[in-house]
Design a protein. Structure first.
Length: 103
């Protein structure tokens, strides 16, 4: 009986900190993993919403019309420096950021 109480006393004095420390580490790691997975799901959802916004605003047709008015020499330089791809990436990123801020 004394050995049992001594074991409980030793556990309370020495091992309880290690137990709660490892338990809090596990709980915190599960929380961080859950938060990161939920952010990934939320980002995919926001991207889908942003694509719908871009399509509904008909921005791509307006941009294509604007590119059509540029003369061929200037268009060659613009294409060489990949300005259309850059503007496409920036526009998609801005709309996605806007949707994420709203949602």
């Amino acid at each position: 009986m004394i050995e049992f109480f001594q074991l409980v006393s030793d556990w309370l004095n020495n091992d309880v900190y290690t137990f709660f420390d490892s338990a809090f580490i596990k709980i915190t790691s599960w929380y961080v993993i859950w938060m990161m997975e939920s952010q990934i799901v939320f980002l995919k959802f926001s991207w889908d919403v942003a694509k719908e916004v871009i399509e509904s605003l008909n921005l791509s047709d307006s941009i294509n019309d604007a590119w059509g008015t540029v003369d061929s020499t200037t268009m060659g330089y613009i294409t060489f420096f990949k300005l259309p791809e850059c503007l496409n990436i920036l526009m998609n990123a801005y709309v996605t950021r806007l949707v994420m801020a709203i949602l």
